[in-house]
Design a protein around this ligand. Structure first.
Ligand SMILES: Nc1ncnc2c1ncn2[C@@H]1O[C@H](COP(=O)(O)OP(=O)(O)OP(=O)(O)O)[C@@H](O)[C@H]1O
Length: 265
């Protein structure tokens, strides 16, 4: 078995009553890669993310993150594993009653490992990473644009210096320009912090910009896993429809050009 697997999913089934969502999924996420998960609406992408976060157990099979089996491990081990990952939920999910500063400080305060001035230093550093200026620090979430909410949520996800980042539809709801800017921030952070990333997305630009491999969920199974340029050549009808009119863009050379431009802009 590869030693650099950060996430190991083995023979996982998810079932609600008689309804099977996942049938015998096996997947590895390697250290330092960006693994994208795509699939139709209701194909079980978010549920798969929730399984990887230990928020719900699979009906069958095992999931290990950092070598820790999420089911049946000691609560101390689970807590330690959780402190090594950050999550950006689909809607940003900031606490509406807390300021920008307090939202980012929250995971650090919960950890009870730093004095308040240490927390302040960390919060300022994370806000700087996601390009939120100090003027906005005391704003409430309702006063922020959609793009800012995402960036603050990303700062919070990074608060504990995670090695692993989960992103659920990171660019959903952003206009193309903001989406582009947010993807650039994720890409530069990923490089600088050497992050492993698991993201659910339906956005082809985001896939082109960030993904090293793409896992396709369809018909309750993992249809295929591979680099984007290979995935688009798959004959399956879901994949064909998903990339309709975009297959040429997703050729290897075009992906490279797209990423080069992203790095320059
Ligand atoms: N706790 C639950 N109880 C019963 N059914 C559930 C539960 N959680 C999810 N489901 C069902 O599992 C299926 C997969 O849901 P999930 O949200 O993972 O899909 P998805 O691929 O993320 O969809 P979308 O792209 O529309 O967000 C859906 O049919 C959903 O209704």
């Amino acid at each position: 078995m590869a030693t650099d697997s950060i996430i190991e999913i083995d023979n996982v089934w998810t079932q609600y009553g008689d309804t099977v969502i996942h049938r015998d999924l096996t997947l590895r996420v390697h250290s330092g890669e960006v693994m994208a998960i795509i699939g139709g609406s209701g194909s079980g992408k978010t549920t798969l993310l929730r399984l990887m976060l230990g928020l719900e157990p699979p009906s069958r099979g095992t999931i290990k993150v950092f070598g820790v089996p999420l089911q049946g491990c000691a609560s101390h081990d689970l807590r330690q594993a959780r402190n090594r990952w950050g999550v950006l939920f689909q809607e940003g999910a900031l606490f509406s009653a807390l300021s920008v500063y307090d939202n980012v400080a929250l995971p650090l305060r919960e950890l009870k490992a730093l004095p308040e001035d240490g927390i302040r230093e960390m919060v300022m550093m994370k806000l700087d990473l996601v390009e939120i200026d100090t003027m906005s620090m005391h704003k409430m979430p309702a006063e922020l644009s959609g793009g800012m909410v995402k960036r603050v949520a990303l700062a919070r996800a990074l608060a504990l210096n995670p090695e692993l980042l989960f992103l659920d539809e990171p660019t959903a709801g952003l206009d193309p320009e903001r989406s582009h800017g947010f993807v650039q921030i994720i890409e530069s952070l990923r490089r600088a912090l050497n992050l492993t990333v698991v993201m659910v997305t339906h956005d082809v630009d985001t896939l082109m910009a960030l993904s090293d491999r793409v896992a396709v969920l369809a018909d309750q199974q993992l249809l295929t896993v591979g680099p984007l340029w290979k995935i688009v050549q798959h004959k399956d009808s879901f994949i064909q429809n998903f990339f309709l009119g975009q297959r040429k863009r997703c050729e290897q050379e075009n992906i490279k050009d797209f990423r080069d431009k992203l790095a320059i802009n």
